[in-house]
Design a protein around this ligand. Structure first.
Ligand SMILES: C[S@@+](CC[C@H](N)C(=O)[O-])C[C@H]1O[C@@H](n2cnc3c(N)ncnc32)[C@H](O)[C@@H]1O
Length: 213
């Protein structure tokens, strides 16, 4: 029987690899938690944390943090990481708007943004995780030459991301409107998230871009 969201939330509060809104964190909590200063990779709007967990399995010498405000989703990835003993995984259950309160400036090597909510209404475009407002936060988080990866099924959102990056003069390293027939499909871009699986089953093409700060 699947657990109720309220049970998952209660478990999330006790999980040693989940750090939450309102919890007091030392500025160097990442070094303390991971026990090293290896590069840190973020997955933003991570949902169940498929990128965080899959990348952590493949790259034990890097650290991975999934960020999402929805506890029952974070519960899934955090639980898998605990079960598998993945010491290089943490989750932050916070709003990404506030992420600079939890992570040091220029401390992040790469950011993955898989299938963020598109917020199609123009009045809501500031909520898009690929809007200028969020990109300015990522510029503060990333190390020099830090990398942003973005995947979506949504063509309007993808064009919006491309326009935002051009406006901010970010260095676009790769982009495709059909990842699965492109040369950019590899063992990293090919990781499937829950939403990606849904969109692929509907026959939608997956868009991908990679940019350098
Ligand atoms: C469409 S889902 C995609 C989840 C996952 N990336 C995937 O591909 O399966 C978008 C996720 O972003 C999270 N999210 C949206 N805006 C957020 C914000 N401002 N701060 C934290 N999480 C956010 C939502 O809670 C949701 O889990």
């Amino acid at each position: 029987m699947s657990r109720r969201n309220s049970d998952k939330m209660a478990e999330v509060h006790e999980m040693p690899n989940v750090f939450e809104n309102g919890q007091e964190l030392q500025p160097d909590w990442c070094t303390t938690f991971f026990g090293n200063t290896n590069p840190i990779v973020l997955e933003l709007g991570c949902g169940r944390g498929e990128y965080t967990v899959n990348l952590a399995r493949r790259y034990p010498n890097s650290n991975f943090i999934g960020v999402d405000y929805k506890g029952p989703r974070v519960w899934k990835g955090a639980g898998i990481a605990l079960k598998e003993g993945l010491k290089n995984v943490a989750f932050l259950r916070i709003r990404i708007e506030n992420i600079l309160e939890y992570l040091q400036p220029h401390s992040i090597a790469e950011i993955w943004i898989p299938f963020p909510d598109p917020y199609p209404k123009k009045s809501k475009q500031e909520k898009r995780l690929v809007s200028k407002r969020f990109m300015e936060i990522y510029q503060q988080l990333l190390v020099p030459n830090g990398i942003i990866h973005h995947k979506t099924d949504n063509e309007d959102l993808f064009n919006f991301a491309l326009e935002t990056m051009a406006e901010m003069k970010l260095n676009l390293l790769a982009h495709t409107f059909d990842l699965h027939t492109s040369p950019y499909l590899d063992e990293l871009t090919g990781i499937h998230t829950k939403y990606e699986a849904i969109f692929m089953a509907e026959g939608l093409k997956i868009k991908y871009l990679k940019a350098k700060i």
